[in-house]
Design a protein around this ligand. Sequence first.
Ligand SMILES: Cc1cc2nc3c(=O)[nH]c(=O)nc-3n(C[C@H](O)[C@H](O)[C@H](O)COP(=O)(O)O)c2cc1C
Length: 239
Amino acid sequence: MQENALYTITNGLYVLSVQDGEGYAGSLVDAVSQIAVSPYLIMVSCMNNSHTKSCIEKAGEFGISVLAKETDPFVVANFGYQSSRDVKKWQNIPFAEIDGLPYISDALAKIRVRVVNKLIYASNTVFIAEVVDAFDSRSGEPLTYKYYRDGFKEQVAIAFSAYKAGRSAGNAACKKSQTAMSASSSSSTAQPSSPASAEKRWTCTLCGYVYEGDIPFEELPDDWRCPLCGVGKDMFELQ
Ligand SMILES: Cc1cc2nc3c(=O)[nH]c(=O)nc-3n(C[C@H](O)[C@H](O)[C@H](O)COP(=O)(O)O)c2cc1C
């Protein structure tokens, strides 16, 4: 199968927002579609290991911010490259709170939905949700997944590196990545060798995560998964 064929399907980028106890969780997603008009129904696919997915199941309602092309790359990194389990993502960026849910301030549109159905698959849970309200829509170009893949992700990676560098050495997001990588590595029979060199950067084609572990990427176990977005080794490309 030519997996690149799937990237020709047009997707935008969106930030989901949801109640998480007394605070908020949220995640970057591209798997969003409007699927009916009467009533207005939206489909959102969340990875099963996402904290946002668990919060949506509990809350039953969530918000969708439709990202604009000029969105700050850090917004994408903040919501796509780390988990709300480790970081209070909404404290890092400007947002507008509407009826108890946060939305990205300069989003093209803000949409509130209520879950009416869900389909559970091995990797993802698909929520079917009815639109409760839609507000603050404005004109502008949407931020597409294609635009992200075609170069914007480099800006996102730079923004995320700068953010991590600005945090204390013990920051939770770094710890999570390292823990995930060392947990995967410990099940490998491979011996550690020199760190991955700059010329040989295996990059996750979904989220842009760059593998920098001690074990050569090719020698990682077959069930190793991207510590950020959870996809398998086959979704990595040598760049
Ligand atoms: C470009 C991009 C697209 C993504 N698309 C999805 C998606 O459609 N569904 C999903 O569940 N996660 C998607 N992710 C991954 C989540 O944003 C990521 O796993 C996030 O850390 C989950 O955070 P949470 O644990 O706070 O929910 C995407 C990430 C990126 C960078």
